[in-house]
Design a protein around this ligand. Structure first.
Ligand code: SAH
Length: 223
């Protein structure tokens, strides 16, 4: 388990501590504050779980939306592997950092500020959506709205991949909500067919071998 004192010293205290409460969504200002330093999820490389998905050829070809993209490592990795990628994040600091990385690496990703609960894209716009550490920050009320919004912007048979902390990760250090398989099924089954919910790990700057996580693969079913 990561050191609670270590976490408490950081500016992202509000994000980490409010995230665990099912009724409180971290505020925009607490997300902006989190990016004044390098937050614990910002590991400077793509999440291994997404690298494996790409290597296994699990994504549909074409476009990908990385929702809650942070500073863009997963989005940039996908762009480097032949996908047409858009990254959306609520936080201007994260989007500025992601754009700077894309420019420096001479890569093309459309990074833009936006809200995952109300995305400015047409119905059926994307072939895939990935979520690395966003869903587990939402309240119970947000969850069905989020599922509807992701389903809306995905093409029928489009793929959704989500990495979130699981209930197997200890809560003693704070952090975002832990999610159960049943919660994932309840949230997404009305609109998606769930292919699997797999045990995996979530790389962070405060875990040695990653936090205990679920990787969900789901396919949007016809309305
Ligand atoms: N996917 C990134 C960041 C994970 S942390 C990574 O793996 O590094 C969660 C991210 O979601 C933060 O960058 C935060 O700013 C963003 N976020 C929180 N609520 C959001 C919302 N409603 N819409 C879009 N992004 C949001």
């Amino acid at each position: 388990m990561p050191d609670k004192l270590l976490c408490e010293g950081f500016l992202f205290h509000n994000v980490l501590e409010s995230g665990i409460d099912e009724r409180v969504r971290p505020s925009l200002s607490s997300w902006e504050d989190a990016y004044k330093i390098v937050p614990p999820w910002d590991v400077g490389r793509p999440q291994p779980a997404f690298v494996e998905l790409v290597k296994a050829g699990e994504l549909n070809s074409g476009s990908v939306l990385d929702v809650g993209c942070g500073t863009g490592e997963n989005a940039l990795y996908l762009a480097g592997n032949g996908f047409s990628v858009t990254g959306v994040d609520l936080t201007s600091r994260a989007i500025a950092a992601a754009r700077a990385k894309a420019a420096e690496r001479k890569q093309r990703v459309d990074f833009r500020i936006g809200n995952a609960l109300s995305l400015g894209f047409k119905n059926g716009f994307f072939d895939n959506v990935i979520d690395s550490g966003l869903f587990h920050t939402f309240t119970d009320n947000d969850r069905p709205s989020y599922a509807r919004e992701i389903a809306r912007i995905l093409v029928t048979r489009g793929k959704f991949f989500m990495l979130c902390f699981s209930e197997k990760e200890p809560t003693g250090w704070g952090g975002p909500r832990r999610v159960t398989r049943e919660e994932i099924e309840t949230t997404f089954t009305p609109l998606f067919s769930i292919n699997y919910i797999r045990d995996t790990s979530f790389a962070t700057r405060i875990h040695n071998n990653g936090g205990k996580a679920y990787l969900t693969s789901a396919t949007k079913i016809a309305a």
